[in-house]
Design a binder for this molecule. Structure first.
Ligand code: ZN
Length: 84
């Protein structure tokens, strides 16, 4: 998960904002790819996304896996804390 030692930059924060939409199943395929592009070159985000994927069953199972209640809320809260 995200820790305070994560070297967040603007792109990472942007990504995390998109991740919450990702979890809400609001992203199109292009944005999904954008995220994957960033994550490929950003190990901290990669670790974060892996955690989210195991938690929510993103991308590959997006249609059959209902989002766990409260997960996107938790993520949004996390983003808020990061941007303070
Ligand atoms: Zn990143």
């Amino acid at each position: 998960m995200i820790t305070t030692t994560h070297p967040h930059n603007a792109r990472c924060l942007d990504l995390f904002k998109k991740l919450s939409e990702y979890i809400d199943q609001e992203l199109d395929a292009a944005t999904c790819r954008q995220i994957e592009q960033h994550v490929k070159n950003c190990p901290p985000c990669q670790a974060c996304l892996e955690t989210l994927k195991t938690t929510a069953g993103l991308c590959h199972r997006i249609e059959e896996a209902p989002v766990p209640t409260g997960l996107s809320d938790r993520l949004k809260k996390m983003i808020n804390e990061l941007t303070v």
